[in-house]
Design a binder for this molecule. Structure first.
Ligand code: BGP
Length: 491
């Protein structure tokens, strides 16, 4: 019998929110932590605006130097998540807290203790943690010494770090993600993504790197991505040995692409875009092998793929992920006509879809696109459960004189996306959870600033460095609490 729309979320559906260490924690050199790649990249230039890089605003470094000081406010923040009724909190562990230089032989106990505390707080409120091991940052030393994941050595360091976390937290954490939005490395601008794939030539000192000085080399980028796949697969296999019931997932940035017109040129261009950006990484990680279409892409782009060895192929086949997780903020259009209007940024940009509204950042708002994407994923990987681990509305919030914040646009955005998830579930999508992005305001990855806010909880922290870090509930706080309490029935 067809499921009832109003009552379709599974009883144990994992409602919650998602954060990343470098966008929230601050305390960037505290308790033994050393620099991470996210601490080191500055803004872009006027012609080449920054993407995925912190920025210095009047002497205040964003995101990771201070951020919202989650490092010292986590008890208060997790209590607020508990009050909203969260079933799950997705965080990332900052690798440089655990292995400050990346290649250390022993972990930093103080760093490990910090996440012990986080998980203890989660437990207090019955919140299931989900951990991303690498969310857009690696220890800076690995970038300098080894060129990040371009070196096979970094695979070894990542696996040591992953095993350390698995062993330490195995009784507290069941859900793990290896790399955040790993597929962004298929695009030049997303290539370094805090993963240290690119670096300035002749890097000698710990100097901040302007984006414009980063170099891109597709050969190195795809080799580094391959090494991440191998590192991820080795971690999956090691994780399952440590605890058989771990659920370890891939995390893909899904920007669903539509052809702007029925012109076959647009349709084929769109197919290529979807294959390389949306499908490739998931295919490797869920199916355990490189898809055939990628080889002609490599050949067309003069990429020598002899780095895919027999041994690595076996590692990929042995380390398939248990679940498919993804972020979804928007869809985009592809056009082969250079004259058409384009909106959005480097990764997030595409041809303007006349049927959709845009966010303040030029992102197409497309709730139905989420259902379409969920259906595509289910058709492609019917064997694994699915989670939406990022989705949300980044906007400019206004604090009223009485400290209230009426973020109805955010409620509207989330509500429409949740309705489409309902429909997808009714259509048979095995969706097990939803962690919306930035449940508390954090530093934006795209702008490096605070004024693009996603939270249900407002953080009084401004880009000029003012603000006392106090937290306030927005209207969406009460709304999301109701959504969770009613298991998605009251929207
Ligand atoms: C995703 C990242 C997040 C996050 C989000 C929103 O790509 O995984 O780290 O920040 O996008 O992007 P932004 O902060 O640019 O609005």
């Amino acid at each position: 019998m067809r499921k009832d729309y109003n009552n379709c979320f599974p009883k144990d559906f994992l409602w919650g929110g998602a954060l990343a260490a470098n966008q929230a924690e601050g305390a960037y050199l505290e308790d033994g932590k050393q620099l991470s790649s996210a601490d080191m990249v500055t803004g872009g230039t006027k012609d080449k605006p920054r993407m995925f890089a912190p920025r210095i605003v009047k002497g205040v470094y964003y995101p990771s130097h201070t951020a919202i000081d989650f490092y010292h406010h986590h008890k208060e923040d997790i209590a607020l998540f508990g009050e909203m009724g969260f079933k799950m909190l997705r965080i990332s562990i900052n690798w440089a807290r655990i292995f400050p230089n990346g290649d250390d032989l022993e972990p930093n106990e103080k760093g490990l203790q910090f996440y012990d505390e986080i998980f203890a707080e989660c437990q207090k409120y019955g919140i299931e943690p989900m951990v991303t091991l690498c969310h857009y940052e690696i220890p800076w030393n690995l970038v300098k010494k080894y060129k990040g994941f371009y070196s096979k050595k970094t695979i070894e360091f990542f696996v040591r770090y992953a095993k350390t976390c698995f062993n330490r937290y195995k009784d507290k954490v069941k859900y793990w993600l290896t790399f955040n939005e790993i597929n962004c490395a298929t695009i030049a601008e997303g290539g370094y993504n805090g993963l240290g794939l690119l670096q300035k030539k002749d890097l000698l000192n710990d100097e901040l790197i302007p984006l414009a000085d980063l170099t891109d080399n597709a050969q190195e980028r795809f080799e580094a991505l391959h090494n991440e796949f191998v590192a991820s697969a080795l971690a999956v296999s090691a994780g399952h040995k440590i605890k058989a019931d771990f659920l370890i997932g891939c995390m893909i940035n899904r920007i669903t692409w539509y052809p702007l017109t029925p012109n076959p040129d647009d349709i084929l261009a769109c197919q290529t875009k979807n294959r390389i950006f949306n499908d490739f990484a998931g295919d490797v990680m869920v199916r355990g092998s490189y898809p055939t279409y990628i080889f002609s892409y490599f050949e067309d782009n003069n990429i020598d793929y002899s780095f895919i060895t027999k041994k690595d192929q076996q590692i990929l086949a042995d380390g398939k992920v248990d679940m498919y997780t993804f972020s979804y903020y928007m869809s985009n259009c592809i056009s082969t006509d250079p004259e058409v209007e384009h909106v959005g940024g480097n990764i997030t940009g595409g041809a303007r879809n006349p049927y959709l509204k845009l966010s303040e950042w030029g992102w197409h708002i497309d709730p139905q696109g989420l259902r379409y994407t969920l259906n595509l994923i289910t058709d492609r990987y019917p064997q694994v459960p699915i989670m939406v681990v990022e989705n949300g509305y980044g906007g400019i919030d206004k604090v009223e004189p009485d400290d209230s914040i009426h973020d109805l646009y955010r409620i509207e955005y989330l509500k429409k996306h949740i309705i489409e998830m309902q429909k997808a579930i009714v259509q048979g999508v095995p969706l097990i959870g939803y962690t919306s992005w930035g449940p508390i305001d954090i530093v934006s990855v795209g702008t490096g600033e605070m004024y693009k806010r996603y939270g249900y909880i407002y953080v009084k922290r401004n880009d000029d460095g003012t603000g006392d870090f106090s937290r306030k509930k927005k209207d969406s706080f009460y709304w999301y609490k109701k959504v969770i309490a009613s298991n998605g029935q009251e929207l």
